[in-house]
Design a protein around this ligand. Structure first.
Ligand SMILES: Cc1cc2nc3c(=O)[nH]c(=O)nc-3n(C[C@H](O)[C@H](O)[C@H](O)COP(=O)(O)OP(=O)(O)OC[C@H]3O[C@@H](n4cnc5c(N)ncnc54)[C@H](O)[C@@H]3O)c2cc1C
Length: 439
């Protein structure tokens, strides 16, 4: 008898999981696995790691939650500290696995890995489903390679055609029996305790559902447009990104909850704006699939390399939050101490890295990848390209006036004082003369 494997990636939930529904239609034994790739913890060429401590902590709680939920169905999650390729190869050779379930992938590297698996094991049937985006590919009125050149064009097309957003589907009532017995987590995995990270955010589908319900219980959604640019404050923006990134929450669940809220409390500009921002997310997911490895290219999707040099001291100052710009420092310290930064903060620190410090934008994107709990390959690298002027931005780069932004978003220095952003240091003396310290 042949067996099946469900490889969890960014779909760490049982609710509204189209792929899981598909997997549950079969009755033969099935294993649920998650693969922690050892290379996530190695230093990359951008001097940071793929997986930082906050996201790792969040992921560990999400995996524990998933395992507990699977156990209530007589199933369990097997966690490996190995690249997925090796794990799948093991199941193929030793457990006669001939059917693999894996969510549709967005990132170039993830898509490459999956096609390598498909090419190596040619009698392995790979079943995929969309678990990550609002729309399935066939619902869109353009093909994947024909992505509208700008977000505005994309939004107008969507608003004109109004593709149906499918309602979330329920948790399956039955899961196939396990293929192998539960196993302890590999001892080689980085320990959480060692880092002793304190984070206000807990990973997992249950925490995600609690957060979703809590957010729409109060009136935050009716004021979202006025508060979303705030630099601090949990309820000023939705914080859905944290659970969206690893799939503890689906974007369709958010839309369903939003529509429910609008029915009860009325729709307004703010409730529309939550949908609008989720369309940005959708756009970047499509952008990643459309442009593939160009998402990580210095030139972005264009043909011209930005004019930058590399100043290691400046990059260090930016990471540590000791640049000449208090607002940037406060944002970076917030990121370093919590694993989260507001959207406005991300725009300001990215603009600073590119335009004031004249650094290669990819170092900033890679540092965000390490530090952010809500790291999402498409949203992160796509937004960085956009800010650096090498992406989907007709205005070619966003240069924010940091003094003006401070006046607008932190007029009384409350945020700066709270995060001790005033610990400014001038730029390295050898090149400081060429660069204005304020804009
Ligand atoms: C340089 C830079 C890097 C970023 N990196 C990431 C990242 O790695 N992961 C990530 O999820 N978002 C990223 N963003 C987008 C955005 O900053 C976050 O999604 C947002 O701050 C998350 O907080 P929230 O859920 O409270 O957002 P809200 O303001 O409540 O927005 C609701 C949802 O809309 C989506 N959204 C909002 N703004 C954007 C945007 N500009 N691009 C894409 N989706 C958006 C998110 O899914 C978000 O959860 C980045 C933005 C910038 C400028």
């Amino acid at each position: 008898m042949t067996h099946s494997l469900y490889w969890f990636t960014h779909d760490l939930r049982l609710n509204d999981n189209q792929l899981l529904k598909l997997a549950c239609e079969q009755k033969t034994p099935l294993s649920f696995v998650y693969c922690v790739d050892p290379k996530w913890f190695k230093t990359t060429r951008f001097s940071s790691q793929t997986m930082g401590k906050y996201r790792w902590q969040f992921l560990v709680s999400a995996l524990r939650d998933l395992d507990a939920q699977l156990k209530s169905y007589g199933q369990h999650l097997v966690v490996y500290h190995q690249p997925a390729y090796e794990v799948i190869s093991h199941y193929y050779h030793h457990h006669n696995v001939r059917t693999l379930y894996c969510s549709e992938q967005i990132g170039f590297n993830e898509r490459q890995s999956l096609s390598a698996i498909g090419n190596t094991f040619d009698d392995l049937k790979i079943n995929q489903a969309n678990t990550f985006t609002l729309y399935d590919e066939h619902q869109l009125p353009f093909s994947g390679n024909d992505l509208p050149a700008t977000f505005s064009k994309f939004r107008k097309i969507i608003e004109h055609h109004e593709p149906q957003i499918l309602a979330p589907i329920n948790t399956p009532t039955y899961l196939p029996p396990p293929l192998i017995a539960p196993m302890p987590w590999p001892k080689t995995l980085p320990e959480i305790k060692k880092w002793a990270v304190s984070s206000q955010f807990i990973g997992g589908e249950q925490a995600a559902m609690e957060h979703l319900n809590h957010y729409f219980t109060g009136d935050a959604a009716s004021n979202y447009k006025q508060t979303r640019n705030a630099l601090d404050g949990v309820e000023n923006s939705t914080k859905f990104s944290l659970w969206l990134a690893n799939g503890n929450l689906s974007v369709r669940q958010i839309i369903a909850a939003l529509h429910d809220y609008e029915q009860k409390h009325g729709a307004n500009d703010s409730t529309y704006w939550i949908f609008f921002e989720l369309l940005w997310r959708e756009y970047f997911q499509l952008y990643s699939v459309c442009y593939g490895k160009k998402l990580f290219s210095f030139k972005g999707i264009g043909s011209k390399k930005p004019l930058t040099s590399f100043y290691s001291q400046r990059f260090k100052q930016w990471c540590l939050g000791t640049t000449p710009y208090p607002i940037v420092n406060a944002c970076m310290k917030q990121l370093n101490q919590t694993g989260y930064m507001s959207n406005r903060g991300r725009q300001l620190v990215a603009s600073c890295l590119v335009h004031e410090l004249n650094l290669d934008w990819r170092f900033g994107a890679a540092y965000f990848e390490q530090q952010l709990i809500d790291y999402d390959v498409a949203a992160n690298w796509g937004n960085w390209q956009y800010l650096a002027g090498v992406g989907a931005d007709p205005r070619a780069g966003r240069h924010f006036n940091l003094a003006k932004q401070t006046q607008m978003y932190d007029p009384h220095n409350t945020f700066i004082n709270h995060w001790r952003g005033n610990n400014v240091q001038s730029l390295d003396s050898s090149d400081a003369a060429d660069w204005p310290l304020s804009s």
